[in-house]
Design a protein around this ligand. Structure first.
Ligand SMILES: NC(=O)c1ccc[n+]([C@@H]2O[C@H](COP(=O)([O-])OP(=O)(O)OC[C@H]3O[C@@H](n4cnc5c(N)ncnc54)[C@H](O)[C@@H]3O)[C@@H](O)[C@H]2O)c1
Length: 351
């Protein structure tokens, strides 16, 4: 059995609760090194993995240079995605890079350029491509079950702006995060929407910061929130379809609700990723006025883990929905346009 040796840069929340959670279930993977600038994070994950001190790095350059690392997972805050991704690609090591790909479109293009000049490749963690219902929906659409897409309505709802005593984390600081929910949650929605309906060509948005001040971490001093807590936008897709997006961390009652309604010329598909094992399908013969939604269970073959997709790609096998760096760049272009449209209070053309 060939073992793939993984190094992880940034061992905070997503590295532990998603990446390691999945990687540690694979027999053909060893996590051989980690890196973090936070000593507490380095210690707790290092201890969890029983890694020797010399495999617990504080510089990502040392982790990338480690001969015991075949591939690099980048799970840091957004401000350092680009520099770490480019360094790993320049060293010829494949990367699995968290979303949003970078702070802005220009940085995203630099990562793409590094990939073009590298023997290695990158994957972007568009995690919702690996939700069974989304995968099955894509498959059904490729089979032309609902015809041509004419409209799409998507929502990403969380309550996380209102968590009691939530401090001024990096997510609330524009220089570190790039944007707020638009890049954080919207990166997923935009990616999946463009997968389902094609490229977004123009859009018009509104963005708001609802909780404007938070206490700085470990202090009573108040700091300003400089990223958006919610955004809504309408879009035009290249094929003429329309779309509406609502993305918020201000929806009390919703821990992590992601809803998609996709309407086509022959039928429609809806899914709610609170239960990714089912989707709702309205299609069939006869007059559409008589079609009603039926609940369909997602077949077993559409279950596939994000981290499995990365390890398989390192070993030469690519998933049909493999999220490339080019996909990350395409999404970042939309994220930047959403922010620009809201700031300038106007439609933005993406061509
Ligand atoms: N795919 C998803 O669904 C999903 C979900 C949550 C977060 N994310 C993304 O994952 C990334 C991390 O988010 P998080 O919630 O885990 O944040 P986090 O703050 O919990 O963890 C980030 C870690 O990176 C470390 N770090 C920062 N700069 C570093 C550097 N230069 N070198 C080494 N380590 C460094 C920090 O010390 C921290 O431990 C973000 O890009 C975020 O958008 C993705």
């Amino acid at each position: 059995m060939k073992v793939t040796r993984i190094g992880i840069v940034g061992v905070g929340g997503i590295a532990n609760y998603k990446h390691l959670h999945e990687l540690l279930t694979f027999e053909d993977v060893r996590v051989t090194a980690i890196c973090d600038i936070n000593p507490a994070a380095l210690k707790s994950t290092g201890d969890k993995l029983s890694l020797p001190d010399e495999k617990r790095y504080t510089s990502y350059r040392d982790l990338i240079a480690d001969p015991d690392v075949d591939a690099v997972e980048i799970c840091t805050s957004n401000d350092v995605h680009a520099e770490i991704a480019i360094a790993a690609l320049n060293a010829g090591k494949p990367i699995n890079l968290e979303k949003p790909i970078a702070l802005n479109y220009e940085q995203a293009l630099e990562i793409l350029e590094a990939e073009k000049n590298s023997s290695a490749f990158g994957m972007i963690c568009f995690s919702y491509r690996f939700m069974a219902a989304a995968r099955y929906a894509m498959h059904l659409m490729e089979e032309n079950i609902i015809g041509d897409v004419v409209g799409i309505n998507v929502a990403y709802l969380k309550n996380s702006a209102f968590w009691e005593n939530r401090p001024l984390e990096w997510r609330f600081i524009k220089e570190i995060a790039g944007s707020g929910v638009t890049g954080d949650l919207g990166a997923h929605l935009i990616d999946l929407a463009q997968l389902l309906a094609g490229n977004i060509t123009e859009l018009c948005s509104v963005c708001s910061t609802i909780v404007k001040e938070r206490k700085k971490i470990g202090s009573d001093e108040i700091g300003q929130v400089t990223t958006d807590d919610q955004c809504s936008f309408i879009v035009k897709f290249a094929n003429g379809a329309d779309g509406a997006f609502h993305i918020t961390r201000c929806a009390i009652g919703h821990a992590n609700t992601i809803r998609y309604d996709v309407y086509g010329t022959k039928g429609s598909i809806s899914f709610d990723l609170n239960d990714p094992s089912i989707l709702s399908l309205s299609c069939g013969e006869g007059d559409p006025k008589n079609l009603r939604p039926t609940t369909v269970k997602v077949p077993e073959e559409f279950y596939y883990m994000q981290e499995r997709a990365f390890v398989d790609a390192v070993n030469g096998k690519r998933d049909f929905l493999f999220p490339t760096i080019a996909d990350g760049v395409r999404g970042q272009k939309v994220i930047d346009a959403v922010i620009r449209s809201a700031e300038e209070r106007r439609w933005v053309n993406l061509d």
